[in-house]
Write a protein that binds this ligand. Structure first.
Ligand code: TPP
Ligand code: SF4
Length: 281
């Protein structure tokens, strides 16, 4: 269900924080919109929810939400979220994190928070770069893309954040693009409703610090790039099984989107509490 945008804004966002810091054509505002829409759809009590982030353009998001927030240090959102959860497991936690924040400086916290299966919904904005600091190469920057620190093209192999989350054992992992609003909203809803680590990666354009170095400076071409370069994982698998060589070649160049994992798994603090009960008896 989609609510009137102004109603949502009034209900969940801090008026005094507007206008936002985001550049025209940035996808981060859309990510915020999808998150509050999902919160409204599931009827989450935001007085019992805390929004946690590290540092980056995307990590500014908790500041806009009319709820408790922790704007922490770069890469440490999940370390703080783990502490909050251990101190008060009854709180719902939403983490906003950029790709640099999440799998660059914060990579170790990421895999270990997943391994422990902390009850947190992580909404990760992947814009392939360090947006806030002007567009340096990130662990997610595609091969041969230009950035301020790779002016002749990036020769490193990027991390696939969602597959990294799958490999670390996350029970819910999905990747979508901001250009397809309903899917991320549904995934965030799922993340909020379930107990355990939910990772929702959202591909999001940064025309200012990434697009301009990659011939995607104007907003329309950048948004069209996101529409044209993603492929549903089910469609990708179908092509790999039954497609022609040409179709396979085309599909391999695209980014797969979809739900990668959706399973139940014992949650960290639940396990901890039952251990304490067992010790008492
Ligand atoms: C310990 C530390 N190292 C480096 C920085 C500088 N810094 C601030 S934001 C940022 C990268 C942000 O990139 P990302 O997390 O992808 O978020 P985006 O701005 O793209 O949304 C860096 C390197 C910092 N603030 N703290
Ligand atoms: S620099 Fe990029 S990520 Fe940051 S607000 Fe501007 S467009 Fe968005």
């Amino acid at each position: 269900m989609l609510t009137n945008t102004l109603e949502l804004k009034e209900k969940y966002l801090r008026e005094a924080m507007f206008p936002t810091i985001f550049c025209t054509g940035c996808g981060i505002g859309n990510v915020l919109h999808y998150t509050i829409q999902a919160i409204d759809n599931v009827g989450l009590d935001i007085t019992k929810t805390i929004f946690v982030s590290g540092i980056g353009c995307s990590s500014r998001l908790p500041g806009y939400v009319k709820a408790d927030g922790l704007h922490t240090t770069h890469g440490r959102a999940l370390a703080f979220a783990t502490g909050v959860h251990a101190a008060n497991p009854d709180l719902d936690i939403v983490v906003f994190t950029g790709d640099g924040d999440c799998v660059g400086i914060g990579g170790n916290h990421f895999i270990h928070a997943i391994r422990r299966n902390i009850n947190v919904t992580v909404v990760s904005v992947n814009n392939f770069t360090y947006g806030m600091t002007g567009g340096q190469v990130a662990p997610t920057t595609p091969r041969f893309a230009n950035t301020t620190t790779t002016p002749y093209g990036n020769v490193e192999h990027p991390f696939d954040m969602s597959l990294l989350a799958v490999a670390a054992g996350a029970p819910y992992v999905a990747r979508w693009s901001v250009t397809h609003p309903y899917r991320p909203i549904k995934s965030i809803e799922k993340g909020l409703k379930r107990k355990g680590f939910a990772f929702i990666e959202i591909l999001s354009p940064c025309p200012t610090a990434y697009g301009r170095y990659n011939k995607l400076r104007d907003i329309e071409s950048m948004w069209n790039w996101y529409k044209q370069n993603v492929i549903l994982v089910e469609e990708y698998d179908r092509i790999m099984k039954y497609g022609t060589e040409e179709e396979k070649e085309k599909a391999r160049k695209k980014i797969t989107i979809g739900e990668f994992v959706d399973i139940e798994k014992p949650e960290f603090m639940d396990e901890w509490k039952s251990l304490v009960e067992r010790m008492k008896s």
